[in-house]
Design a protein around this ligand. Structure first.
Ligand code: PEP
Ligand code: MN
Length: 345
């Protein structure tokens, strides 16, 4: 349920509503809008509660939310959630490009990539320091050293950083270095981890689990938001199907669906979605045409030598061509890829 307060409702009236919500065994989540205060009610609604809340002084209306997800729902917030990433506004008409290596391998590799992707239009640098690898014998990432190298690449390139966190106990450390925390596909339903990133005040990008329905994925976002962190970005990265030609099946229909159901920004990762570098540009263009707010692309200065995901990584030259392709589609659908000069003036 959401409770919309009258314009000019007093702090005492708001406090009384919050107290009554707690007495009913629920948690109030109060947001101050431009003109009105809206109180989201988290928890199981009791019989007759909507009517009881609607009668309290200062309340304009109480609206039950029918969806299982509440805070993520369009019913809770009609306008889009917009996340400011150093001047680029994810969730607005800006198309945001996040790019970088799958894994941070060395200073030279990450700095070369950061400079290259920035020169060709990226807004955010990606790179894994803690890697969820299917095999325990594969390279697991550089850990803290990887975070330090990302920080250095950020200082040199001016690009904010997105990197993955895999354990609740590491959230504080990763949040010290990253501008956006990534929850990987395998951890989409790791609820203790979701709750932990729900307690920080940095944006969190939640990848769709390979076996998650759209509703399970949005419910995972709800776990983060229920702890107070409203800055959640959804990322479609492909799901498991019977098809084997591509690494996963990139479900682009998920983009307009989650845009219809939620107010959260949605980005698409065609690198993990397809596993093939030569499919990235067309899937990026299709993603933007479908209404995605941005893309996440793996780029490596020399994909043949990459320690992880080389087959799906673009060279810097191919990345430049991909961005041009994205720009053309963005313009065709009335959006824009903000120019680096405008953003980092
Ligand atoms: C990644 O982004 O490097 C990654 C491991 O992706 P996913 O969680 O989508 O497999
Ligand atoms: Mn990868």
């Amino acid at each position: 349920m959401i409770i919309v307060m009258r314009r000019g409702a007093t702090p005492e009236e708001i406090q009384t509503v919050e107290e009554r919500v707690r007495q009913e065994g629920c948690l109030p989540h109060t947001s101050q809008g431009v003109e009105t205060v809206v109180i989201g009610v988290i928890g199981q609604r009791t019989e007759g509660m909507v009517e009881r809340m609607a009668r309290l002084p200062g309340v304009e209306m109480a609206i039950p939310i029918t969806k299982p997800y509440k805070l993520a729902s369009k019913e809770f917030r009609a306008g889009p959630t917009i996340i400011d990433l150093d001047g680029v506004k994810l969730g607005s008409d800006d198309v945001v490009i996040m790019a970088g290596p799958c894994t941070v391998e060395s200073r030279e590799q990450v700095v070369t990539t950061a400079r290259g992707v920035r020169a060709h239009g990226a807004h955010v640098l990606r790179g894994g320091a803690y890697k969820p690898r299917s095999s325990p014998y594969s390279f697991q990432g550089l850990g803290v050293e990887g975070l330090r190298l990302l920080q250095e690449a950020k200082e040199i390139s001016g690009l904010p950083i997105i990197t993955e966190v895999m354990e609740p106990g590491n959230v504080g450390l990763v949040a010290e270095h990253a501008d956006i925390l990534q929850i990987g596909a395998r951890n989409c339903q790791n609820y203790p981890l979701l709750r932990e990133v729900g307690r920080i005040s940095k944006p969190v990008m939640l990848k769709r689990g390979p076996g998650c329905t759209i509703e399970e994925w949005i419910m995972a976002a709800e776990h983060i938001m229920s702890q107070g962190n409203m800055q959640v970005i959804l990322c479609e990265r492909g799901i498991k199907t019977f098809e084997t030609y591509t690494r996963n099946t990139l479900d682009l229909s998920a983009v307009p669906i989650v845009k219809r159901l939620t107010h959260l920004p949605v980005i698409v990762d065609p690198s993990h979605g397809t596993g093939k570098w030569y499919l990235i540009k067309s899937m990026c263009q299709a993603a933007i045409a479908a209404g995605a707010d941005g893309v996440l692309i793996e780029v490596h200065p020399n994909p043949d030598t990459a320690l992880c995901d080389g087959a799906q990584s673009l060279t810097i030259e191919n990345f430049a061509d991909c961005v041009e392709g994205i720009r053309r589609v963005a313009e065709a659908v009335g959006r824009r890829v903000p120019a680096r000069e405008l953003v980092f003036a």
